[in-house]
Design a protein around this ligand. Structure first.
Ligand SMILES: [Zn+2]
Length: 299
């Protein structure tokens, strides 16, 4: 049985690990937040991850409409050096909550736009949710396509003021070399190493990441970005170095139905994230860790 309008994507029945990359993006976009989190936990628990959740309570739970399980969620496998970061809340839900109306569900369809292949709500009425369900999908895809040690941090209420990240106190994050947030839109091929001119990543670490991406054949340029979760985490001393990557969502302004995902750009970002994880895993191996297992190819 389908839970969303038919759209050519198998978004209802298959488990997350059975989906293609594009199907996974669509599933992440249409899922309600609590269901998405339950699916992520069950999928990754079966693949060697364990998870911890904190006692953050979303204002949406604390107020008139109970929403379960919306807190900071950290999933880890092995002894990771890198955490991928994305927020699971979307503007369309916050706005519906404020209006007291049911949460709208987008109907993602593939379209052509300026010569690019994109995913957007069929009638441009409902925000697709690329910000930041695309980041969630890329993090999840990476976790499903590598056997390397890895951490994933999922936050919520980013869109209403970095609320959960500001309370996040997972001690393990400070032991990691790098947090990679996947949550910059409306631009392409950028790597945010400063937010409002405040450094979130040491220059030598940023240089190392850029070199790894250059070797992978997909150069990015550093830029000064807007506020997002890793800024709150850095300010609270919860992590060392952090970056934020453009990932492929565009025309993303609040809950506008114009928002779309550039699918080739999303696929490139998944490759970039894999290259960064490999780069920091290599350093670990050089220090004497066991050899890594071979990987299946991402998109
Ligand atoms: Zn975002």
């Amino acid at each position: 049985m389908r839970t969303v309008p038919p759209n050519g994507f198998a978004v209802a029945a298959p488990s997350l690990h059975e989906l293609s990359f594009r199907e996974l993006i669509a599933r992440c976009c249409v899922s309600d937040e609590a269901t998405l989190r339950r699916d992520i936990k069950s999928t990754l628990l079966a693949r060697g991850f364990s998870f911890v959740e904190d006692d953050y309570v979303s204002y949406r739970s604390a107020e008139r409409r109970p929403v379960s399980g919306l807190c900071n969620l950290l999933l880890t496998r092995g002894a990771p050096r890198v955490a991928l970061v994305a927020h699971t809340d979307v503007c369309r839900d916050h706005d519906a909550f404020e209006r007291g109306t049911p949460m709208p569900v987008p109907d993602p369809v593939i379209q052509r736009h300026d010569g690019r292949t994109i995913l957007r709500d069929r009638h441009r009425e409902v925000q697709l949710g690329g910000d930041d369900r695309l980041g969630v999908a890329i993090a999840l895809w990476t976790a499903l396509r590598t056997k390397r040690p890895l951490a994933l941090l999922f936050t919520t209420d980013e869109e209403v003021g970095l609320l959960s990240a500001a309370t996040c106190r997972f001690a393990q994050l400070a032991t990691l070399d790098l947090l990679v947030q996947i949550d910059r839109g409306n631009h392409s091929h950028q790597l945010v190493d400063r937010i409002h001119e405040e450094r979130i990543c040491a220059p030598d670490v940023a240089t190392r990441i850029l070199a790894a991406l250059e070797r992978a054949g997909r150069p990015r340029e550093t830029t000064n970005g807007g506020s997002t979760d890793v800024r709150a985490l850095r300010r609270n001393g919860v992590c060392r170095d952090a970056i934020n990557l453009t990932c492929g969502y565009h025309e993303s302004y609040g809950d506008s139905g114009d928002e779309y995902i550039d699918l080739p750009e999303a696929e490139d970002t998944a490759r970039d994230v894999r290259a960064i994880v490999q780069e920091f895993s290599r350093a670990r191996r050089a220090r004497g860790a066991k050899a890594q297992e071979p990987e299946r190819h991402p998109p």
